[in-house]
Design a binder for this molecule. Sequence first.
Ligand SMILES: [Zn+2]
Length: 385
Amino acid sequence: MKQTDLSLLEKLIAIPSSFPDEKRISLFIDEWVEKNVKCKKTTQRVDKDRENLIYTKGQKSKKTIMLVGHLDTISVAKGWKTEPFKAKVTGDKLFGLGAWDMKAGIYILLQTLKEFEPKNITLKVAFTVDEENYSIGAHKLIDDGYCNDVDFIIVPEPGFVHGDKGITIGRAGRATFTVIIKGVAVHGSYPEKGINAIEQARIFLNEIESLSFAHHKKLGFTKIFPRFIYSKANGFSVPDECEIELDSKLVIPDTPEEMKIKLQEAGQQMYRKRKIAFKPEISFKKRPTPFCSPYEIDMQDKYVKLCKETLDFFTGGAKLFYRDSVADECIFAERLGVPIVTIGPSGGNAHAKNEYVGISSVKRMCQVYLQVLQNLDRIEGKEWR
Ligand SMILES: [Zn+2]
């Protein structure tokens, strides 16, 4: 890799961008694009000091390919051996906060934007805020119509287990629920005369363990688990309310909405069969954006096949796979209904101390992205096989 190439990635790492503080990195990227690329630039205000960036190259054409990256990282984890905002190279590894997730991805997208000259397709490169939080940036990008013309999306998120050989074609969804379980408070000297909300919550949690959930051949079962529980009695008394937070990993065909209905029906049943004294109140945990549904892209999709062939060529064995966790891809897949794949570099320790990315892998990914676009551009000029 050329020295100048590495220095761009080093500069990206040197700019702290943990959400919601993406302003500095978006200014840096905008200046870099201004200096290095001839393209149409759009800045989309998402919130105060928070902007999505959209760059467009190519004439109005039949097909638009969008590459999307996120500007934010999580905050610094404890225990770093090196300075998180100073890239440190050891062998083929480049350490730094966000190196893998996903400043290397931003780097790959910027290089691609610079190098690729479309003839038959339109290229959009978008950078969003808030991916590591509520995905406000991705929703806003779609809300304001910036994705209306998009036919295919590629995201350079980490490929995790398969490193740079992995092509993610599906993901699990997620939803979090707040459950309020009621009881009847009485004096603690005769607790049996009241209804203890904590005991009621225990029954509720036991009961939902026996519910049956969706199973998907690649994503496994939908799973639900309590991750927060709170109740407090007033002095020497039996508590009359208990709050539970239930988290869930959702697999196809479960959706957040269906999951909520399933839980509400289960609560209703428990109440009807007098297993618990009051009907539980079950709602989505409050947040500014909706929870994500799981998705999968058809392996036979022409764009997926083209990406696989190209990645095969560079890595000698691309792997189509599913990820267990949510990301902005879930939002694009669900809301736009267009094919989307994740292809990213190899690395390690995402969302943890001593995060790194593979340097040779980043270099390879730049070639992969450029080649995928050139292949798409050529094919779009003729006919799909
Ligand atoms: Zn990420």
